[in-house]
Design a protein around this ligand. Structure first.
Ligand SMILES: Cc1ncc(COP(=O)(O)O)c(C=O)c1O
Length: 428
């Protein structure tokens, strides 16, 4: 049935010309960027586009404050600083995320402590957090991976019990909701990324959201060399540094672009949900495929559509990662955008295995030559590893599902059926 696989010379399933490249750039986006060039105000602590973007994003999420940054990583770093995380402190986060979750912890000379994932939601397993809390733990950094919110009520309860600041890594979750609350408004602070792959894109950029004036003020100082730059007094900026600081501001051009894109974020998220639900309904009918689980109390924006497979149900006689790679090759040949995103848990990265490539003098892991307090054993994260072995992403960064037609998704489903009807060919 369905003919020979394209990988073996058969016809390609997905017709050309249907895929839309991300980010979608409209005439309005171009006009917004051009208007900045015409205004010729390209930077500023209170540039009109940067502050406009902050107002628009605070209104969209329902946060009291939104502060713009030049990346999600810079936003997380500044949030950790604002929360008082310092050298030797520990911050608990998920073993399954992007490097941008743990680097900001290291930037504060603090120690990342990783938790394995819940195999159903792919977010950090809240049942394993408490055992990782020590007297040095200062903050919890749950990640809403692929746009699905983490178990925030349990995490907030732990934060309260142990006096830990909860910072959401919402870098993949622009517009996702948890028990009726918007991601970005649940923790004491939340951080977003606006890099070009995200459902909301500025090319690059980021935000901290918070309702706390104190965190907002601190983060704002850190963002510009530790200065207190008051809007009305900007003309006489004294350049005094009150704290250590960085140069983490966004610029007017990406801010204008993101502001224009933000107008269409609800539309893109709606497309993501329609396509995600359609793929799950159809691919879930194929034996051995496990679509992403979305609990009833939350919504996802399918920043990435991760599809899992069950090696036993498929009767695989080869290692799951080998099948995973062959499956991607077969799907790509049919014209499906399919890829990998991270293949091992974060704590297995060389930086954590070597513990000598942080700051000088062994920091942050080996303060004053003491033995490391935290061990990073890749085998301690079996669920994260199993997920990465047994799943693929059904989209690529230039062609995410949040901008594609249902027609394209229908072709994807036909391609999947063809590949799974001819599994022997994939395996052979
Ligand atoms: C989960 C997560 N955390 C942090 C980041 C870092 O954001 P950025 O790339 O904007 O620095 C990203 C973005 O790629 C991310 O996906």
């Amino acid at each position: 049935m369905n003919g020979k696989l394209a990988i073996n010379g058969g016809p390609r399933t997905v017709p050309d010309g249907l895929k839309k490249r991300w980010p979608e750039i409209t005439a309005e986006d171009k006009a917004a960027v051009l208007a900045v060039l015409e205004r010729n105000v390209l930077t500023g602590v209170h540039g009109p586009e940067a502050t406009g973007l902050e107002r628009d994003w605070a209104a969209f999420t329902g946060s009291k404050y939104a502060l713009s940054f030049n990346s999600g990583t810079a936003a997380i770093h500044s949030a950790l600083f604002a929360a008082g995380v310092g050298p030797g402190d520990e911050v608990i986060t998920s073993a399954f995320s992007f490097s941008g979750s743990f680097h900001p912890i290291l930037h504060q000379n603090a120690v990342p402590v990783f938790v394995d994932i819940d195999p159903r939601t792919y977010n950090l397993d809240v049942g394993q957090i408490e055992a990782k809390i020590t007297e040095r733990t200062r903050a919890l950094l749950p990640v809403h991976i692929h746009g699905l919110p983490a178990d925030m009520d349990e995490i907030l309860a732990l934060g309260q019990k142990y006096n830990l600041t909860v910072i959401e890594d919402a870098c993949q979750a622009h517009g996702s909701t948890y028990r009726g609350r918007n991601c970005g408004t649940i923790g004491a602070m939340a951080c977003f990324s606006l890099n070009a792959t995200k459902n909301l894109s500025g090319g690059e950029g980021g935000f901290i959201n918070t309702d706390s004036e104190e965190y907002w003020e601190r983060a704002k100082m850190i963002r510009t060399f530790g200065e207190k730059v008051l809007e009305e007094k900007e003309k006489i900026r004294p350049y005094y540094s009150f704290t250590i600081g960085w140069n983490y501001r966004t610029q007017e051009l990406p801010a204008a672009f993101a502001r224009s894109q933000l107008k269409r974020l609800p539309q893109y998220n709606a497309i993501a949900q329609r396509n995600g639900q359609y793929l799950s309904a159809e691919l879930g009918k194929i034996r051995g495929l496990l679509p992403p689980y979305v609990p009833d109390d939350r919504t996802t924006i399918y920043h990435k559509y991760r599809l899992r497979f069950d090696p036993q149900a498929l009767g695989l006689k080869i290692p799951a990662p080998d099948f995973r790679n062959r499956l991607i090759d077969a799907l790509e040949a049919e014209g499906v955008e399919a890829t990998l995103w991270h293949v091992t848990p974060l704590p297995s990265f060389p930086v954590f295995q070597r513990l000598n490539e942080g700051y000088v003098q062994g920091a942050p892991w080996l303060p004053k030559g003491e033995p490391p307090r935290v061990q990073y054993r890749p085998q301690d994260y079996p669920e994260a590893q199993r997920l990465m072995d047994e799943s693929i992403i059904v989209n690529t960064e230039p062609y995410p599902i949040y901008v594609q037609s249902l027609e394209l998704m229908e072709h994807y489903v036909v391609a999947f059926r063809k590949v799974f009807d001819n599994l022997d060919e994939v395996l052979g």
